[in-house]
Unconditional design. Structure first.
Length: 335
């Protein structure tokens, strides 16, 4: 593959497909640069004052890690001056963050989980940043939370950066998925794969098995059949992976296939699931569908869900199309 930079890729994509107008290109480049900055902090580990917990809690009522706050600050600061954004929303902030009045407001809305997989920070396991881009609809001045409540199929772009053995950025603007690896000598993002495709079948599932006794019957049935292997109805053995960083589990699925489940469970029946719709499930569903995979909440396409609240949660089943369809079919039969 020709070694081209992120900038050249975006310019050529705009020339070819016309989906990356100047403001969106600037947004993507600014977010990619912010991820490089976050990677520097992540890679410092114990050598920088970045491990452990801060003294604060986020809107989810979770104790924040120092890196959660650092990553959030980096993204807010990087995106404030460019004139490409009207406002931002983050897992780490109760309400939306509008661009300061001293800067021009743009037409895009940026949502992010600045540091996904926080429970893995202090044990040196891959973590990531997830982002989703919407366009502000309507021509009213100013921006409010309601402007963000658009279904995932309205996304203009989505992506993540995984801070692992390599630092890799995955991106879609609706014309397939491309991946860029950080060249640390040059400090630049280099295109390392494009037109990523998820195999429709797989022998690998990702779920937190410790929750098994709390799942709804269709999920239990699906996993039991995977565990039954060649002697069971699936007639093949399965492997299991659970990294507990959604970015890392999704990256593996984009790279070699698989199915990821974070389903509803009966411990908190009013909570549809653990993962957040707007800045975890929607961007990952966009990427997975663009790579030929599928993503549902067990019943319907994640990208079709109309959000009611900025921080609402959702059940997630995503990855290899045939497996996601099987889990969804088991839910339909159960209803
Ligand atoms: P943290 O950011 O609190 O570690 O949660 C990560 C996450 O939102 C997602 O990245 C993982 O897939 C999932 O939660 C892991 O959840 P469990 O720790 O319950 O397995």
């Amino acid at each position: 593959m020709k070694k081209i930079s992120l900038t050249q890729y975006l310019v050529e994509q705009q020339r070819e497909h016309g989906r990356i107008p100047a403001q969106l290109r600037l947004l993507i480049e600014v977010v990619a640069r912010a991820c490089k900055q976050i990677a520097i902090s992540v890679n410092k580990g114990a050598l920088g004052d970045v491990l452990g917990t801060a003294t604060t809690e986020n809107v989810q009522g979770e104790v924040q890690k120092k890196l959660d706050i650092i990553a959030n600050e980096v993204l807010l600061e990087a995106n404030s001056w460019g004139g490409h954004l009207a406002a931002m929303a983050s897992e780490e902030m109760d309400s939306i963050h509008t661009v300061p009045d001293r800067y021009p407001q743009g037409e895009y809305l940026l949502l992010f989980d600045p540091l996904d997989g926080s429970s893995n920070i202090d044990v040196n396991v891959s973590i990531g940043t997830i982002f989703s881009v919407l366009k502000k609809v309507g021509h009213h001045h100013g921006v409010n939370e309601a402007d963000f409540l658009q279904s995932g199929k309205a996304q203009a772009a989505a992506g993540y950066c995984i801070y692992g053995p390599q630092t890799t950025l995955a991106l879609t603007v609706g014309d397939g998925v491309a991946m860029f690896t950080l060249d640390r000598e040059q400090g630049s993002w280099v295109l390392t794969s494009e037109n990523v495709q998820i195999p429709a079948d797989t022998k690998e599932f990702a779920v937190n098995m410790s929750n098994m006794r709390h799942w709804a019957p269709p999920v239990k049935r699906y996993i039991d059949e995977c565990l039954a292997g060649t002697d069971g109805p699936r007639g093949k053995d399965f492997n299991m992976r659970w990294i507990a960083s959604m970015v890392a589990d999704v990256h593996r699925i984009l790279t070699r296939g698989g199915v990821f489940l974070y389903p509803w469970d009966k411990r908190e029946p009013d909570k549809p699931g653990k993962l957040r719709l707007m800045y975890e499930a929607n961007p990952m569903a966009f990427l997975v569908e663009q790579a030929g995979g599928a993503a549902t909440n067990g019943h319907e396409r994640i990208l079709d869900i109309t959000p009611g609240k900025l921080h609402e949660r959702v059940s997630v089943v995503l990855g290899s199309k045939n497996e996601v369809e099987r889990v969804t079919a088991y839910h339909a039969k159960a209803n």
